[in-house]
Design a protein around this ligand. Sequence first.
Ligand SMILES: [Mn+2]
Length: 265
Amino acid sequence: MLAYAAGAIPISYLGDFFLIYFISDLHLTPKDTALTQQFRVFIDQLTSADSLYILGDLFEYWLGDDTAKYLGQQSIETDLRQLTDRGVEVFFLRGNRDFLVGLDFCARTGCCLLPEQHILTNTTTPILLLHGDSLCTEDTEHQAFRLLVRNDTWQSDFLARSIVERDTMARAVRYRSESGKRIKPADIMDVNPETVFEKMRGAKVRLMIHGHTHRPAIHRLEDERTGPMVRIVLGDWGPTPSFAKLDGSSLELWCGDDADRITLS
Ligand SMILES: [Mn+2]
C-alpha cells in the first residue's frame, strides 16, 4: 500500500496572482523531442506563486521508479526537480499509462503524489480531480485491466520482475501503443454520463477536471438531482500544448490557440 503524502500537501493561498495549472496526457517519450521541448517551454513560464497539477499520462508509459533511465525519462525528472526547486508546487495524479509512478519518483522530483481522486478545496468551489479513465465504464476491457493493475499485490509482483520482463509484459497490453505510435482519440471510449454524475454526487462537488479521453471541452451539465455541474476535459499535447488555468474564480481551458473559459461561483 502506498503511503500518500496527502497529509503533507501545503494549502496554497489562492489570491489574485496565484495560479493553478492543470495538464494531462502529454505522453512524453524520448522519441518525441519536440513534445519534450513544448513541455519545457511550458514549465519554464511557471513562477513560484503557481501550482501545477499533472492529471495523469505525463509519460507514454512507466514501468516503475527504477526504470527512469531505461525509459530515457531522467531528463524529465531533472526538469521537474528544477521546477519544484524554484518553488512551484507540483502534484502528480497517475493515469492509466503511468500508474506505476511512486514515492521514489516523487522524492527525486519533489512532486507530491495524489490518490486516484483528489478534491481541491482551497478554491472558489471544490474541484474533483481525476485522470478520467475510471469514467469510461462502457470500456469493460479497460475497467477489468484497471482493476487488476491497481491491485497492490499485482503491483508488487510486477515491480519485483526484471525491467526487461516488465517491458515485455507492458508491450502486450492494449493501452501500450506499438512502436511509439500516438493513440488516436477514436481509440479511447468517451465517459459514461451517468458515471460522471455519480462521481460528482459522491464527492459532493459541482466541478470536475480530468483528462484521458483527448476530447478537450468545458461541458456545462444539468444533473436532474442536484442541478448545474461542470466537467472540464483537458486536451492531449500533440501537436500543441493544452492546459487549464485557474485564476481566482476564472478558469480557462487552452488547446493551442483556442480557449474557452468559465467563471466559478
Ligand atoms: Mn489516459
